[in-house]
Ligand binder design. Sequence first.
Ligand SMILES: *Cc1c(COP(=O)(O)O)cnc(C)c1O
Length: 357
Amino acid sequence: MKMKLLNPGPVTLTERVRKALLRDDLCHRESEFAELTRGVMTRLSRVYPEAEKTHVPVLLTASGTGAVEAMLSLVPKAGKVLVVANGVYGERAAAMLEAQGKAFEIVKSGWLEPMDLGAAEALLKTKAFSHAFAVHHETTTGRLNDVGALGRMCKMHGTALLLDAVSSFGGEHIRFEDWNLEACAATANKCLHGVPGIAFVIAQKDALARPSGATSVYLDLKRYAAEQEKGFSPFTQSVQAMFGLDEALAEFAEQGGVEARNHAYRQRTALVMDGLAKMNVTTLLGSRDAYSSILTSYRMPSSLSYDKLHDHLKARGFIIYAGQGRFQGEIFRIAVMGDVTTSDIERLLDEIRSAVR
Ligand SMILES: *Cc1c(COP(=O)(O)O)cnc(C)c1O
């Protein structure tokens, strides 16, 4: 039985991407690898063509968290960051800045709430911040944050925005110019449908020209960008994960890019929401419109524990995802990225129906 992964990455691979992992061995210091890297950079730049001229993709071997942490090396040591958080990943960025010894202030909302834009604007007005940080799709709940509103405020007050787009890159629209985006961080193994191992930051060329604010040897974005100009990386890249990303990006472009992927996700997510609503399973966020196309969250029906539902579905070929932190045991989450069809979703709903009974 082939498992369908409905967790927020890693995703179920298409056969095409799985086969790409078996390409011939490559040394990461040879010209063939440089060619592969340049190809992946070009394909990545085309995901959001708007940023092709101003920004450059910088690739590193890490999980999504590594890319976010490397992105924060763009913040000068004397800079100050306004972190706008409403979930695990916003709060994690504050922990990273703390670890890097950089100044920051956090505007923290409850995990069920939208970003606190009022408080954010009041602070941005003080002009005390070199950067703001936000999470595009807060995977804790599935909320698609209103980065448009925050970004426009940042632009008005001359503050550069850094975005955790790990679970939205390729699946939702990102506006670099309107949102005043200096950089966004993402990974191969969520909406792009690659394998874990390669993550990246799409960074403004001007920002990479500044002295590095790195507080770590490995997560120094500027160092990667410099080596990458020659097609290489300061440290060993995950060659096979790069093969996977190369193929996944080719497939992504052929299928119609962000627009098509967003449409497909929306369709799958609508099916999940409608099906669960008919079983009286309620969404965690109340309003359907609050959600991304990618992931939705639901309160556990009173008849069932998370573990029971999880195990029932796993035995039938589906992996769902638990809540984090205080949501553990209280909710379940369903992501629709990867090689998942609407008929898979219909089968999933049948299985949930039988478990709820
Ligand atoms: C998945 C995710 C990350 C990074 O997670 P890793 O486990 O390090 O890949 C960061 N931010 C968001 C919003 C995510 O969904």
